[in-house]
Design a binder for this molecule. Structure first.
Ligand SMILES: Nc1ncnc2c1ncn2[C@@H]1O[C@H](COP(=O)(O)OP(=O)(O)O)[C@@H](O)[C@H]1O
Ligand SMILES: [Mg+2]
Length: 230
């Protein structure tokens, strides 16, 4: 599903965000990317989404490799990704429902089906009663749920969620993680970044990837985060 070979990412100002990264993520996998602020978690997701390109090395996502300037191919891969951005990127002045609909543009779905999916996904995230609220009137947690609904309405093969729990209190943060996990299927993988490792210490069947200063320092499957860190 995702294969990265010796990928490095150096930003234009010379910042070495990622070094010699190798990844092999399979369909149906739940992956947590942990690491302190500035370690390269968002950069890694940007590479997977084709928002950045490797400076060296290569990355294959859903059977395709991103090639700079090949917008046709990038669009094709992105159609199968459901991103949940750190800052949501919801469109103000529009309702929750409209935002979820906008997320399905360009997927080639019939309007009737789009509406049905938008209703369904907003129900699934527990926001059926806020469908017609303008997004700027929603709380942080509600906005996060709209962003999740927008991602899953796309029925993506890969869900990417960047720090989806933000600064939510423990119970609400766990609820958001549970919600995201409910969308894992045989062919749907999900990658969640978080700096809050206490939220995932009891997680059992996941892959834990730890990033530190742009390097992957841990990449293990199936063990709880707690066991892995001792
Ligand atoms: N567009 C950019 N240009 C230059 N440096 C960047 C850019 N985006 C991120 N960085 C730098 O790359 C490093 C990794 O950042 P990031 O991937 O956002 O880390 P994290 O998500 O783990 O907090 C940091 O030093 C950050 O300042
Ligand atoms: Mg980040």
């Amino acid at each position: 599903m995702i294969k990265a070979n010796d990928v490095s990412l150096i930003y234009q100002d010379g910042t070495k965000a990622l070094r010699n990264v190798n990844l092999d993520i399979k369909p149906g996998e739940l992956v947590y990317i942990t690491g302190p602020s500035g370690s390269g978690k968002t950069s890694l997701l940007k590479l997977i989404m084709g928002m950045e390109y490797p400076t060296t090395g290569n990355i294959r996502v859903l059977g395709n490799s991103f090639k700079k300037n090949n917008t046709g191919k990038i669009r094709k891969i992105r159609k199968r990704i459901g991103p949940v951005f750190q800052e949501f990127k919801l469109i103000e002045g529009r309702t929750a429902f409209e935002n979820v609909m906008i997320g399905m543009r360009f997927l080639g779905i019939k309007p009737k089906q789009m509406k049905q999916r938008a209703h369904e996904s907003l129900e699934k995230v527990g926001l059926g009663h806020k469908k017609l609220s303008k997004v700027e009137n929603l709380s942080w947690g509600e906005s996060q749920r709209v962003a999740i609904a927008r991602a899953v309405a796309r029925k993506p093969a890969l869900i990417l969620a960047d720090e989806p729990t933000g600064n939510l209190d423990y119970d609400n943060a766990i609820n958001i993680l549970q919600l995201l996990k409910s969308f894992i299927e045989k062919d749907t993988s999900i990658i969640i970044t978080t700096h809050a490792t206490h939220l995932i210490k009891d997680e059992q069947n996941a892959t834990f990837i730890q990033v530190n200063k742009g390097e992957i320092t841990v990449d293990r499957r199936g063990k709880s985060y707690e066991k892995l860190s001792v």
